[in-house]
Write a protein that binds this ligand. Structure first.
Ligand SMILES: Nc1ncnc2c1ncn2[C@@H]1O[C@H](COP(=O)(O)OP(=O)(O)OP(=O)(O)O)[C@@H](O)[C@H]1O
Ligand SMILES: [Mg+2]
Length: 520
């Protein structure tokens, strides 16, 4: 209220002065009226109105440049400043407006159009108000503004101008972003192809990201895991460093290794560790390089952009060479899927140079704080240009599971740290190549294994067909499960020695090479 009166008086004083002075100047000095008087009047108005006004427009109307949701950030800041945790309002609003919460799962309340709040920060008063743009027709905009678009208006006294610009506005953005990060529920985005017939542009469709895998659940060498986590942590804290050296704030990881060794699982662990959204980019559905760029621009900060099975997506990404017989068999499933996809749809015209631009062209720097992950079963097939330093900064080899990996899986799936069968399993794992995916299959309760044990276990108190967690699994089931696993591993060893194709397997998995060192 106080603010409105101050402004009203200032406005009235200006108008009165102008009304009194104008006829005088008009009669005696007509040539000056057009220019100098108006210039003087505007200076006078500024003198009499000592307040500065800044508008923060609503970004939702802009289709393609969504990287800075300024209004969302301000919204979060004002909500925190004006509303308590239980939704009570600390300011005397007559009208509130309901908006979808950041994750879309709830409703947030914010002041309605025309309402005003006063926030005192470090002793300085700031007036915030929310406004709706006038409907089309009453105002001419250079660019079209959607009819329901809004803006926030900030007013403060001119004498605090330097403080407001250098300090307060930064504070609002930092606070708002921190609030949004705290509320963040992860999302999984996938690209929907453009349709030239219906005129739809390519876009990202999103669902909640519910993959619960963490690094603790991931079966791989502990030291390698620690290195990867540290690398991710360094990256996420590196904003100032990246800015200071003039590099875009992004990092590329290549995950490679046989099917079922945990490449996709590792991506989920990375997302949960950093609390980043995942953008799963299906390259075969991207029409051309322009669409690829458009999709990149629409990704937000704090995200992991994933291209799975990169060797099976676009032809010119791979070094052209003859495939060996075994490679042909291994790839059969994935290649068939890619071919079916292609038959179904218009073929993608994305090229290697388009993809390289996507990774480190000028557009790649927009938004910042972005991780790019490629997965492949055959690293050696990829064009070296894709793998070079600065594009794929860290190469992580996922390979067959060793005893250390098995122990992590046993803890996660059976809730045990040790067991009398462990030494036998350790010996077997030293001589067979088995993926974590195979081990997981053997450790999970399945209808067959449950049936075997049903009779004995059914009498146990609190027995359920499917346990709620690993800690509920009975000793009986654990023993039987590990016995079956031993049999499975023995058979595997026998068939491997028959084929005489035991290659030297390396470590549990997770051999890291950081792009500079020679890789195998
Ligand atoms: N290292 C691992 N740690 C824990 N679980 C794993 C690991 N690797 C695989 N799994 C289990 O196996 C399943 C399949 O693994 P995942 O999809 O990550 O393999 P992938 O390497 O991506 O295979 P592909 O090359 O076929 O895409 C996962 O759902 C997970 O349960
Ligand atoms: Mg995978």
């Amino acid at each position: 209220m106080e603010m409105i009166w101050e402004k009203l008086w200032a406005g009235l004083a200006t108008i009165t002065t102008l009304i009194l002075a104008l006829p005088f100047f008009h009669s005696y000095l007509p040539n000056l009226v057009d220019y100098h008087i108006l210039k003087f009047a505007s200076k006078l108005f500024r003198f009499l109105n000592p307040y500065v006004e800044i508008k923060f427009p609503d970004d939702h109307g802009r289709r393609h440049f969504k990287s800075s949701d300024l209004d969302t950030v301000i919204n979060a800041y004002l909500r925190e400043a004006c509303f308590t945790d239980d939704g009570a309002c600390s300011q005397d609003f007559a009208h509130l407006r309901a908006t979808p919460s950041y994750d879309g799962a709830d409703v947030d309340f914010i002041m309605n159009d025309g309402e005003e709040v006063i926030i005192v920060h470090e002793g300085v008063k700031f007036w915030w108000s929310s406004h709706k743009n006038p409907p089309k027709g009453t105002c001419i905009y250079k660019y079209s503004v959607p009819e329901d678009s809004r803006y926030y208006r900030l007013i403060y006294h001119r004498r605090h101008d330097v403080f407001a610009r250098n300090n307060y506005i930064k504070h609002v953005l930092t606070e708002g972003n921190a609030i949004l990060d705290g509320q963040r529920k992860l999302k999984l985005f996938t690209n929907v192809r453009s349709d030239s017939r219906s005129g739809h542009c390519a876009y990202w469709s999103r669902v909640p990201f519910n993959h619960r895998t963490t690094f603790d659940m991931l079966a791989m060498d502990k030291e390698k895991k620690r290195e990867i986590k540290q690398d991710l942590e360094c990256f996420s804290q590196g904003q100032e460093y990246y800015e200071s050296v003039g590099k875009p704030w992004k990092r590329g990881y290549l995950l490679y290794g046989p099917p079922g060794t945990g490449k996709s699982t590792m991506i989920a662990a990375m997302a949960n560790f950093l609390k980043y959204d995942v953008y799963d980019l299906e390259l075969t559905s991207v029409k051309d390089n322009t669409t690829l760029r458009q999709l990149l621009i629409e990704t937000k900060r704090k995200s992991i952009v994933v291209i799975e099975d990169i060797d099976c997506t676009l032809q010119d990404l791979c070094i052209k060479r003859k495939k060996t017989g075994s490679e042909k068999n291994e790839d059969e499933e994935k290649t068939t899927k890619a071919t079916i996809d292609k038959d179904d749809k218009e073929e993608s015209k994305v090229t290697l140079s388009g993809l390289l631009n996507f990774i480190d062209g000028v557009w790649s720097s927009c938004g910042g704080e972005r991780i790019l992950v490629f997965t492949t079963n055959h690293k050696e097939k990829l064009d070296p240009a894709l793998l070079r330093r600065g594009r794929m900064d860290m190469h992580i080899k996922m390979s067959y599971c060793r005893f250390e990996g098995f122990q992590m899986l046993a803890k996660n799936y059976l809730g045990i740290d040790t067991h009398r069968s462990f030494s036998e399993i350790k010996n077997l794992l030293d001589s067979v190549e088995i993926t974590a995916a195979d081990l997981v299959e053997s450790l999970m309760p399945k209808s067959g294994s449950i049936k075997q044990l049903e009779e004995e276990d059914r009498n146990r108190e609190g027995w359920r067909l499917m346990p709620k967690s690993a800690s509920e699994i009975s000793d009986h089931f654990i023993n039987s499960c590990l016995d079956n696993l031993i049999k499975f591993l023995e058979e595997k060893r026998k068939s491997m020695s028959e084929k005489k194709s035991v290659d030297g397997a390396s470590g549990c998995n997770g051999e890291i090479t950081d792009g500079f060192k020679p890789t195998n």
